[in-house]
Write a protein that binds this ligand. Structure first.
Ligand code: AMP
Ligand code: GLY
Length: 429
């Protein structure tokens, strides 16, 4: 099979690394890819949202399957574009069509979906500029902290959690009346604050059956001890000790099944990954959000734990035979530590020369924001590498990730040295 992966981050490198191991693979292309994906297949320098260019590439290279990494092309309708094109319509796209991608693209849609299908989630209401005053009244019915969410895609920045009601009302106005997040905040979801511990559960579905992939915990804040600004994710751990078999079973019954059945009932033929952001409140799951793709850096721990052939599983998605595919996961723990550019998630410099990659031992380094510049690897993004390791415990795995994180050097490198620490110390609810 000839496969094209769209995207350029650590998630896409992890996909490429895994698919490159498949016996079913002939040629692998990654667009645009990074310096790491170039070792798994051929990078092609086109944007994942330039559908015309993707079409040309698919045609020229005889691509048999397209795996979409990020949400942007999905929300913009790349799957629909394929289905509506005579040349492309029979080439499977892994990732939902526009209707399914709304689970991530519109928080208002996803909250309505959850209510409609009985998926546990925080109480909420949605507001627009015409109902801003009602929104302020709704805030008064809630306990602090107040959760305000731009309904549309806002590059992970559209959620505000505010302690003070006056400030919450002012921010609501800012979002609705002053377009704080542009069009994304034309509708704002206000919801109850959920208490508990957060984790992510990933599901692969062919629209009929599903496989629950390993769960993971992501470390979103830039600073140690979960302080400072939100980032795309500074590290991840899988499995998570507070998501034992009994909890995952509960998630399957209360969240996964109603979600998959709900999609079918709504006439949404969903083929791809569903990322379910969950709060675990003393053993009870509640959905924070859906994403229509895998998480990053969660993919860098979830995919390495899958022992089965990923391409075979994706073929199951494309042909709706996922229920017939074998699916095995290692019980070993995987951790990943993300190395970022100094200054991230605010302004940072690019083009720093990387050295020490050849000294890494016992970890898999996934490139996130790198570029090949002649014979050198240089930084080209905020998140630069995800250093993934296995161990018999979080402590063992993360020690290997840290020791290799130290060996990779570039100017203004930063990483969190406390990934997994809270989970090592976790003693139950
Ligand atoms: P989202 O973009 O919906 O994932 O929200 C970003 C982050 O805000 C989540 O990962 C949570 O940590 C936090 N968050 C969102 N909604 C809630 C909520 N209702 N209660 C508590 N925390 C929340
Ligand atoms: N790591 C969180 C995300 O991919 O959205």
């Amino acid at each position: 099979m000839n496969v094209l992966i769209l995207g350029s981050g650590g998630r896409e490198h992890a996909f490429a690394w895994k698919i490159a191991q498949s016996k079913q693979l002939e040629n692998l292309y990654i667009a645009p890819g990074n310096a790491g994906t170039a070792h798994c297949g051929t990078n092609v320098n086109i944007s994942a949202t330039d559908f015309e260019a993707v079409k040309k590439l698919v045609w020229e290279k005889g691509i048999d399957m397209v795996l979409v990494g990020p949400e942007d092309p999905l929300v913009k309708g790349i799957h629909d574009y394929f289905l509506q094109d005579d040349v492309l319509k029979d080439i499977p796209v892994i990732g939902p069509k526009k209707d399914g991608a709304q689970l991530e693209g519109s928080k208002d849609f996803s909250k309505q979906f959850m209510m409609r299908h009985g998926v546990p989630t925080a109480r909420y209401q949605s507001f627009t500029k015409d109902t801003c005053e009602e929104g302020k009244k709704f805030l008064e019915t809630l306990e602090p902290p107040f959760v305000l969410k731009a309904s549309g895609l806002a590059a992970g920045k559209g959620v505000l959690i505010i302690d003070n009601i006056k400030e919450a009302k002012a921010e609501l106005e800012n979002m609705l009346l002053n377009a704080k997040f542009g069009d994304a905040s034309a509708t704002v979801v206000i919801e109850e604050f959920l208490h508990g511990i957060e984790l992510s559960v990933f599901v692969l579905t062919d629209g009929k059956s599903y496989k629950i992939l390993p769960a993971a915990k992501d470390y979103k804040r830039i600073g140690e001890g979960d302080t400072g600004l939100n980032t795309g994710g500074m590290g991840a751990v899988s499995p998570v000790p507070f998501a034992d078999e009994a909890f995952i079973k509960k998630v399957e019954e209360k969240v996964v099944k109603p979600t998959i059945n709900g999609l079918v009932k709504d006439g949404i033929d969903y083929r791809g990954f569903i990322f379910i952001g969950l709060m675990n409140n003393k053993g009870e799951p509640s959905v924070i959000e859906y994403n229509c793709r895998m998480g990053d850096p969660e993919t860098e721990v979830v995919i390495p734990r899958i022992e089965s052939d990923l391409l075979d599983l994706l073929d199951g998605v494309a042909t709706q035979t996922l229920d017939k595919k074998s699916f095995a996961v290692t019980s070993q723990t995987a951790t990943t530590v993300v190395l970022v550019s100094g200054g991230y998630p605010e302004d940072y410099e690019k083009g720093k020369v990387v050295s020490g990659l050849e000294k890494v031992e016992g970890s898999q380094v996934f490139h996130a924001g790198t570029k090949q510049d002649g014979d050198k690897v240089v930084t080209s993004g905020g998140r630069v590498f995800a250093v993934t390791s296995f161990g018999n415990s979080i402590k063992e795995a993360v020690a290997t990730s840290f020791s290799n994180a130290e060996k990779i050097t570039y100017d203004k490198k930063y990483y969190r040295r406390d990934i997994g620490k809270d989970l090592m110390e976790w003693k139950g609810y």
